[in-house]
Design a protein around this ligand. Sequence first.
Ligand code: NAP
Length: 249
Amino acid sequence: MVLAGQVAVITGASRGIGRATALCLARAGARVVVNYVRQEQQAAEVVSEIEQNGGQALAVAGDVGDPEAARHIIETALLNFGQVDILVNNAGITRDSLAARLKADDWQAVITTNLSGVFNCCQAVLKTMMRQRRGRIINLSSIVGLLGNTGQANYAAAKAGVIGLTKSLAKELAPRGILVNAVAPGFIATEMTAALPETTRAELYRRIPLGRPGQAEEVAEVILFLASEASRYITGQVLVVDGGLTIAM
Ligand code: NAP
């Protein structure tokens, strides 16, 4: 129970990596806020799974791209649990298209959710963490933010932005005892990647040195490490979780 007594807010925790992270951090003893934007039923199922395992959790709706909603998520966590020790900025979307055809709305939607959403939640939690003189912020980037990707100019720009934001906040907040890191997953089996055509997935598996997609739980365990005391001397870093994909490219 390495997170006993702590409170974690996880954005986009109704499914995929966020869901696995909520379950993992709850198993480690944290009380968990399960944020979602649309899938109320799935978020409720994550909460009840945590409760069935003897943990405490609360589902909170809110679009992270809206600063007001981001403040509401954090305020609800504080109201119900009294503190926020860990923020995992996981909510994310894709709107893939080749750049020449990318619609302005699809550019903006991805930047708003995947980059501004991270900033909004960080800003909403900072006063609390600075007062506590302690906190962990873990932001979901992607190997696409490191390498770029055809058809994902919006997503790559947002995920590269998350890395710049992570490093800047890490510098600003280290004197306050707040550690800020990013995780950059490669190809993880979730609804987000299930949308890719079968041939694209097969080609990707072939290029991953470990020969298979990652599981959401394998990212969640790295997030748990970054949330725990074991990582107390790590800040401003990007941990790549990709089965070796980036070294093979
Ligand atoms: P996913 O299965 O598509 O789940 C996305 C989650 O984000 C859902 O819980 C969704 O909530 C939530 N969400 C979407 N827009 C939101 C908003 N505006 N406000 C609040 N919540 C919002 O995604 P995933 O594959 O688990 O990915 C999680 C994170 O890891 C994302 O940031 C993604 O970019 C990153 N990542 C994933 C992979 C991968 O291979 N899967 C690789 C690299 C990075 P609802 O259920 O309510 O819609």
